[in-house]
Each structure stands twice: as C-alpha cells, then as structure tokens.
Design a protein around this ligand. Sequence first.
Ligand code: 5GP
Length: 206
Amino acid sequence: MITGPGLLFVVSGPSGAGKDTLVEALRAHLPRLRYSVSATTRAPRPGECEGEHYFFLTREAFEARRAHDGFLEWREYNGQLYGTPRDYVERTLAEGYDLIVKPEVHGALAIKSAYPDAVLIFLVPDRFSHLRERLLARRTETNEEIARRLEIAREEMRFIRNFDYLVINEQGNSETAMRDLGAILHAERFRIHRFGDESLGTIVRT
Ligand code: 5GP
C-alpha cells in the first residue's frame, strides 16, 4: 500500500541522552530499518568499530569528502568533524527503505532543510542533571570533555520546539522510551500523504 521513497527518521538530542543505545535496541526489533553510519574525525572509543559505529577519517580525508559534496550535512562538534554520508542516504531512501540517522541538533535541522519530509525526534533525559551522570558513567570522556558536552547540551535544548516529536528517556526506564520511539516510527507510515494515489484508488474503486 505504501509506495515511494522510504521515510527518513532523525533522532537527535544532547550527548548522553541515550541516542546510541536506544537506536541500537530499536534496530534489533526492526530489521528492515536501515541505519546510516556517520563519518567522524574523532578517535574511536574502546569497542568502537570502523564502519559500524562510525567511519573514522583523518581531518584531511573528511575535508576532501566534504569538498566533493559527499555529506548531506556536517558539523564541527567539540572540536571534531561529524557528517552524514550523502550517497547512502539518497540510495537507501530511493530503494524504499526507511532510514534512521542520529546527528546532533544542528545536523538534524540541516537534514530537515534538505528533506522537509524527514521526521525529527528529540530525545531527552527526564532531568538535565542525568546527562552528566550518564556521561560520567560511560567513562569515555575526560572531565573537561564532559563539561564541554554539557555546555553544548544546554545550547541544544533551546531547539526542542523545532522538532516534530519529543521522547523522554526516563532514568531506569528506557523500555518506555523505546516503545515511544517505535510508536512514532510506526504511526508515521500511516500518514495520508505516504499513500500513493494508486493504492488509495484501489481502495476507493474496488
Ligand atoms: P559522539 O562523539 O558522542 O559519538 O558524538 C557527538 C555528537 O555528534 C552526538 O551528539 C552525535 O549525535 C553527533 N553526531 C554523530 N554523527 C553525526 C553526524 O553525522 N552529523 C552530525 N551533525 N552530528 C553527528
């Protein structure tokens, strides 16, 4: 019934809100949902794999790719470059697959400009102070980096109203956030403009 290009879901929100964990869990439940791996110049964290968590590029390689219009959007975050590869997004949507990306807030807004149909979801913890706790608990950043990420997070919170949906990732209850996120993805497929004239015609005439 639903034809045409896939849907583009953008899950954004401050660092420490739980984007990675939630999106990973969701993908395990929705195997047809594609996920775009971003490129970054930041160093891999322990356990992160090339091509799975990120494409880890040197700044030169990133800039060369950017110069060739290789990114749908890119952003400098905390002194490092991050970008969404353009090819993969365009190809996946054209093939009719739904796709999820998880950039920081300005990247999300840039994607909305390029794809006005994109669904923008803002993920937040139930309290701002939980961001710090989560960043401390994952032990991947220095105290200075955490302080900087929290500063950026404060700034990012100002853009909540530019998003289509808000999902609250309550401490100790991420199942609810996952269910809410899943419900948004599910409901979006049934918006009337997602149905092609042909399939609606069949329903009406037969
Ligand atoms: P991290 O270093 O924690 O993996 O990511 C830092 C921030 O960069 C997070 O908010 C993450 O969502 C964001 N990010 C990851 N990939 C991209 C991307 O392709 N574009 C943009 N604009 N932000 C990204």
